[in-house]
Ligand binder design. Structure first.
Ligand code: CA2
Length: 145
């Protein structure tokens, strides 16, 4: 049986490829999802993908992934810097968590320098554009060995 990994995406990431291309590139979230699923299959991982603009939906998804998945990759978008609720939900799960960002949050505005997710993540990938998603799957593969 293939190990299941879920990739969670937070607010506004559904707009990728449409606006702010300088910051986030021109690839759409749908294209990233396709690439991640294909890459997962080649690497013996079953990758599922989820995006929501709603904090509570992300919390629900984290809770339901707890028993279904072997790992969580999360780009919590703006909630990265603010959400105690997402932090708390991730803290409860016992599977490895990788925090992911398309942009380098440390060379941007000061309010992005603080992440509430980092405290509960095994590792953080940021600043490598959409390629970071594939890098995160690779890192998860290593964690699950
Ligand atoms: O770099 C990342 O992946 C971020 O998580 C993206 C978030 C931002 O709040 C984080 O600080 C860093 C924002 C995602 C917004 O995505 C957009 C995409 C296209 C157009 C507008 C926003």
């Amino acid at each position: 049986m293939m190990n299941k990994v879920i990739i969670l995406n937070g607010p506004n990431l559904n707009l990728l490829g449409e606006r702010e291309k300088n910051q986030y590139g021109s690839v759409t979230l749908g294209e990233i999802e396709k690439k991640c699923k294909e890459y997962g299959e080649k690497n013996n991982l079953s990758v599922s993908f989820y995006q929501s603009n709603i904090e509570g939906d992300l919390v629900e998804k984290i809770q339901s992934s707890r028993n279904e998945c072997k790992g969580i990759i999360i780009n919590a978008g703006g909630y990265t810097h603010t959400s105690v609720a997402i932090h708390d939900a991730l803290k409860i799960v016992k599977i490895p968590i990788i925090e992911l960002h398309i942009s380098n949050i440390y060379n941007r505005e000061e309010f992005r320098h603080k992440s509430l997710i980092s405290r509960v993540a095994k590792g953080v990938i940021c600043g490598f554009g959409a390629e970071g998603y594939v890098m995160a799957i690779n890192a998860m593969k290593q964690f699950l060995k």
